[in-house]
Design a protein around this ligand. Structure first.
Ligand code: PGA
Length: 254
């Protein structure tokens, strides 16, 4: 793992955007794995700016999002389909047919999971996967569990996740209880991974991801076994990382 600690949330987004942009420059037909939530917003803003100012070209890029709420139609402003359009896709020149997000309205979720996995495989797998992290150390919607879930599957959300996500809704009772999410295997198969986190409320999860035991009870800890992960965190999210790790990290100001 390479750890990059930044001075600010904006700088975190910039570092992540630089890696994504570099990936696209080197391989214009890259397959990106994308995340929603408040964490990656600054990365998307930066990528949009790079597209507008220097013409970063998304015309050959394919994307696969991590997850979607079950029962949420794409035109619902709380859906992750809507989020991605709003923050990213409508500002860049990606082709709609190259955008993939699990279908939260599918009749048969098992079949939807299989369809999604086959599509990823047909595109040659994910080149670069962007991840946020939950306060309970989930990645995608892979919640703490007794085993690592493999492929795209239905998830019952943890109470902690429901509470954390209730800030986007009128109240917690409106937060969907179920989601469809890429599995841990899907994520681990990606060639390169970036894990992003900001804010003091993510410090414990970041500690578990980087320094904790590798256990399905802290799903992000599996990333310690991946060959190419960059963890980009602001200094609040890095607050619990021990000195010996900080000694070998790259710190960026800005
Ligand atoms: P957040 O969510 O970016 O909104 O904090 C991250 C996550 O739950 O994975």
């Amino acid at each position: 793992m390479r750890i990059v600690i930044t001075d600010s949330y904006e700088q975190m987004g910039m570092e992540a955007a630089n890696i994504v942009a570099g990936q696209i420059y080197l391989k214009p037909d890259s397959v990106l794995g994308l995340a929603t939530g408040s964490t990656p917003v600054s990365m998307y803003e930066r990528l949009v700016a790079v597209h507008k100012t220097v013409g970063l070209d998304f015309s050959e890029v394919t994307t696969f999002n991590l997850d979607e709420y079950i029962g949420m139609s794409p035109d619902n402003p709380q859906s992750y389909h809507y989020f991605m359009q709003e923050y990213f896709f409508r500002h860049i020149n990606i082709r709609p047919e190259n955008v993939h997000i699990p279908d939260g309205m599918a009749k048969d979720m098992l079949a939807e999971g299989e369809r999604y996995e086959k599509l990823i495989a047909a595109k040659g797998g994910i080149d670069l996967q962007v991840l946020g992290i939950g306060q309970n150390a989930h990645i995608g919607f892979n919640e703490p569990d007794l085993k690592f879930a493999a492929t795209t599957h239905t998830v019952e959300l943890d109470e902690e996740t429901i509470q954390a996500n209730s800030r986007f809704f009128q109240d917690a009772s409106e937060v969907p209880r179920y989601a469809i999410s890429m599995g841990i295997k899907t994520i681990m198969m990606a060639e390169h991974v970036i894990l992003l986190a900001n804010g003091r409320n993510k410090a414990k999860a970041v500690y578990k991801a980087v320094c904790g035991d590798v256990t399905p009870e802290a799903p992000a800890s599996i990333l310690q076994l991946h060959r190419d992960v960059v963890v980009i965190v602001d200094k609040e999210a890095a607050a619990l990382l021990p000195e010996q790790i900080r000694g070998v990290t790259i710190t960026r100001k800005g």
